[in-house]
Each structure stands twice: as C-alpha cells, then as structure tokens.
Design a protein around this ligand. Structure first.
Ligand code: ZN
Length: 547
C-alpha cells in the first residue's frame, strides 16, 4: 500500500499539467484504500512515474429504457447504482489485471443500469444525477469521460434526459474534456446529446450480443484519441431518419436488419478519417420529438463522415418497408390453440405486450388469465406449460408459509398495470421457493393444473436456460414455454422448436398503431402513408460548448 502511495505521489509531482496535489487525496487515494488489485495499480503507478503521463478518464452513466405508455414508475433502487471502484465490475474488460486498466488513471463515479420499466421518477433521476455530479466535481479535472448510457430513459417532467444529463455534466467537467458515449441501438440521439458528446457509438447487433464489445470500443476510441493527441474529431454527422419501429421488427438476425447492420463495420471501422459510427433504431414506447431512428458518424474527414452517414441513412430508408416481425405473430387465442396441438416442443410463445425488458410493467395478468381459463391446462396431466413470470409479493408470502409441496391459494400481478386484467388467482402446489436473485429477490414456482407459474417478489426477465433450471424447471422438456419477452434471447432461441410472438396488450404493445402518440415528429414511417422521401442529408453537429 505504501508503495502505491509513493508512486502516485511521485507521478503527481511530475504531472506536466500540474493538476496539483489534490489528486493525491482524491480518487486515487480512494482506490488505494479500497482496491484489491493493488499490484496492478502499483505497476501502473510505476509506469506513470517513468513514462509519459497517462490520461485521466472518468466513467459515468445511467441506463434504462422506460416506456411512457406504461403506468409503472421506476425508482432509484432499480438502477442498482455502482459507485467508485464497484463501477469496474460492470465491465469485464476493466478487471483489475486487464490491459485496459493500465492505460489510464481511471476515475469511476456512478454507473446505474436498470431493467427496462416505466418512466423514471424525477426524484430518482435528480438524486442519481446529483451524486454523479458531486463525484465528478470532487475528482476533476479529466482528460476524458466514458459516458455509458442506453439512450431511452424517460423521466417525469423532463424531455431528453440523456441530453440533460450530459449538458449538466459538461458544466462540471468543462468543454475540453473528450467525451466518448456508447449507447443501445434502441436509444435516441438528440441534437444536444450529439453536441455535448465527442465520440459516439452504438451496438450493431440485436439481440445485443456485442454490448460489451461496443463499450470497450468506445473506451478504446477515447484512449486512442487522447494518446495520439488528436483529441476531438472535427466532424460529427447526424441524420434523423423518420422511421419508428419496434425492436421486434428490427432484429439484426434477419433481413433487412441483418444486411443493413452488416454495412456499418466496413463503412466506419479502420477507415481513414472516420473514428466510429452507427445506426440507431430508436425507442418506440415513448412520446418525444427525439423518438425516431438516426445515423451518426464521427471523424476528421468531413467528406467521408458526411457521405458515410448519408449512405447508411439512405440504406435504412430504402429498406423501411421490409421490416417485419422477427417471428410469426398472432392473437393469443390462436397461438395457444396452435401450440397445444403442435408436435414441436418446446413451443415458445412471447407475451410481447408486457415485455419488461422493453419497458412493460411486467405484472400484466391478461395472458396468464387467458391460459388458466383454457380447459386443456386445468388437469395436472394436461400439456406442461411454463409461464415466466408474474410478480406477486403477497402470493410469495403465502407460498413461503405453505412451503414446498404445500398448497397455496392467493392473488398475483396487476399491482401496477391492471388496465387489461385484475390480479390472477393462483391455486395450486408450491414446487419451488428460491431466494437471492438480484432482480426477483424471491421466486416461487406454483403448479396450477398443468401450468407451472413462476411468481416473483419483484419483476424479473427470464432470458437464460439457467433462470429456469435453478428453479427446478426443465424448459427443454416442457410442451409450451410462455415468456414475457419480445424476440427470444439467444439461449431461448436455441432451445425453441417453434415460436410465435403473441400480440398481447401492455405498456409495450407491439402494435404501434394502437399507441396514442402526440409529440413524435411527423410525418413518420410507418404512421404516415405516402410520405415523401425525407431530407437524409447529414447535419454537422457543432463541437461541445456551453450554450
Ligand atoms: Zn436495446
């Protein structure tokens, strides 16, 4: 420990920019006290004392996809905020011995990531932002900031929260700090977010199998620009593409999303004069002017940056009519009838309207109520159906009292979103009680007729095979698996023998024509038929500045 302090001190004295003694008592000292990766840090400190000065990079960000068409409200604990040294744990490429850790003096502040949900309360947002700004203020100055956001946060009484957040951060860190932002391709790029950001990138795959790779690329770009002395790219081309589509129509696994997104990497990676770029689908379940698709490319060569952005935007516009649901869709009644007689097992059904990973409340009972009402599932030896999942804290309490093997009869769901059906009565045998999941906290499996219903203390998405197996369920052996989800996540996709997305009601209704938009820009595809070809010329966004 002493050795580390000595090296840090030595580096501080030699700092060519004269950041001052404050550093010694700032974030670095905090790490000295808290980090277990002592040796790695000591080595870094040594490198710093003998070689060129390492860039000083802060990490901050908030991520959520929140639906304004859902009655749910997201509060601060949902963000599971990580503070200071804990932030590193959010990034496998930032583990203590990783090469990345040695490339900069890192100042992690706050990174919060919530499951998608309803609108974020203003109080929760302000609380997290104040903590973030205080922390950034405390350990300033910075050469760089890695701004890790999703881009589809909705906050009560506030438009464009990510634009608001980076504008407020800029007031603290100044306008010379290089900001590299990574986003989810279902996020929205507002003009002010683009302006206050210097380097911008987004995922290129949906499902987001490249999420961590994208974050690492954003950080690598930042370090490269700082170390090379090139600093801010001179040009940021942004194109608003007037298309608003659900993620379930724009997966990159199938056409036209597949070929469209395959154009991104060759167009921007390794191109002289271009640093990065991407295509944003945008978020369909919020109602602001920023909700639409976008293309952004950043770099030093004006012609290449603008032409590349225009090429990608035109490519997207040209295939707009080809986007369709990634799997067959149907009314729940028809889908269930088909699944019951199908020889292809497990037959997966997506309960799409209340998909919590898109922003649904996750406690809509409409689909489960319909299932339990069908005669096929009322006998214990009927088709084995797994339903994942429904939150029910009161049900959990009663199930725990009954114990595994006991009988329970209680209500679950519809505490948040009761617009389509009231709480569902679950009368059956408790098959499992598992505690400790980060999201669900407590999970109970109750068998009602031939249906195994997963009831949770708090809402939780079921995306992995092990999410089921740890509850003693075998989805591969089930006849039917119903999941509150849109497109199937990779592990579920790999095990399905058939799959239909049921167009069910909820806060993330897949039928966008049923949603009461008032503030999105018009005309917008697909809402305005026969709209003229929009202006897909690149707009150059000014460099960050106070305004
Ligand atoms: Zn996404």
């Amino acid at each position: 420990m002493k050795r580390m302090l000595w090296f840090t001190f030595g580096r501080t004295l030699k700092s060519p920019l004269g950041f001052g003694r404050r550093l010694l008592f700032g974030a670095e000292t905090q790490y000295v006290a808290s980090l277990l990766g002592c040796l790695a840090f000591a080595q870094t400190g040594y490198a710093q004392s003998t070689n060129a000065r390492l860039p000083r990079i802060a990490i901050a960000g908030l991520g959520i996809e929140s639906s304004t068409f859902s009655p749910a409200v997201t509060l601060e604990p949902a963000f599971h905020a990580r503070y200071s040294g804990e932030v590193f744990n959010a990034y496998p490429f930032m583990m203590p011995m990783s090469p990345m850790r040695k490339k900069a003096v890192w100042v992690p502040t706050i990174v919060g990531k919530s499951l998608p949900g309803g609108i974020v309360s203003r109080e929760a947002y302000e609380s997290l932002v104040h903590k973030m700004l205080d922390s950034l203020k405390k350990y300033a100055p910075y050469d760089g900031l890695y701004f890790d956001i999703h881009g589809a946060m909705s906050v009560q009484g506030l438009d464009d929260p990510e634009g608001d957040l980076i504008t407020r951060i800029r007031k603290v860190i100044g306008y010379n700090t290089l900001v590299s932002t990574s986003m989810d391709l279902h996020g929205n790029v507002s003009w002010r977010l683009a302006q206050q950001t210097d380097l911008m990138t987004t995922y290129r795959m949906a499902p987001h199998e490249d999420a961590m790779q994208t974050k690492e690329r954003a950080v690598t770009n930042l370090i490269n620009r700082l170390n090379s002395g090139k600093g801010k790219p001179a040009y940021k081309a942004l194109i608003n593409v007037p298309i608003l589509l659900p993620g379930e129509k724009t997966s990159t696994r199938i056409e036209p999303g597949k070929s469209l997104y395959q154009q991104v990497a060759p167009a921007v990676d390794g191109q002289d004069g271009i640093v990065d770029g991407g295509i944003w689908i945008g978020y369909a379940w919020a109602d602001e002017p920023r909700n639409h698709a976008a293309v952004m490319v950043v770099g030093d060569d004006q012609a290449k940056v603008t032409q590349t952005a225009e090429k990608l935007a035109t490519a997207m516009w040209n295939v707009r009519g080809q986007f369709d649901f990634v799997a067959p869709v149907g009314k729940l009644e028809d889908v269930l009838a088909k699944a019951v007689v199908s020889a292809r097992k497990p037959f997966f059904i997506s309960d799409t309207g209340d998909n919590p990973t898109a922003g649904g409340a996750g406690d809509v009972t409409w689909t489960l109520t319909q299932i339990l009402a069908r005669p096929e599932f009322q006998k214990p030896d009927g088709p084995a159906l797994i339903y994942a999942s429904i939150p029910g804290p009161d049900f959990i309490r009663k199930a725990k009292a009954a114990g595994v093997g006991g009988q329970v009869d209680a209500l679950a769901g519809a505490a948040v979103d009761a617009r389509f059906a009231g709480p569902v009565r679950l009368k059956g045998t408790v098959e499992a009680i598992v505690e400790g999941d980060r999201d669900a906290e407590v999970e109970v499996v109750v068998k009602v007729g031939s249906v195994h219903v997963i009831v949770t203390q708090k809402r939780k998405p079921y995306h992995k095979e092990n999410d089921f197996k740890r509850l003693g369920l075998e989805p591969r052996k089930a006849d039917i698996v119903v999941v509150k989800i849109g497109y199937l996540e990779p592990e579920l996709y790999a095990m399905q023998k058939d799959w239909i997305m049921a167009l069910t009601p909820g806060g993330v209704d897949q039928d966008l024509f049923r949603l009461p938009y008032k503030r999105i820009e018009r005309p917008m595809f697909p809402f305005d038929k026969d709209m003229k070809t929009p202006d897909l010329g690149a707009k150059l966004v000014p460099l960050s500045a106070s305004y």
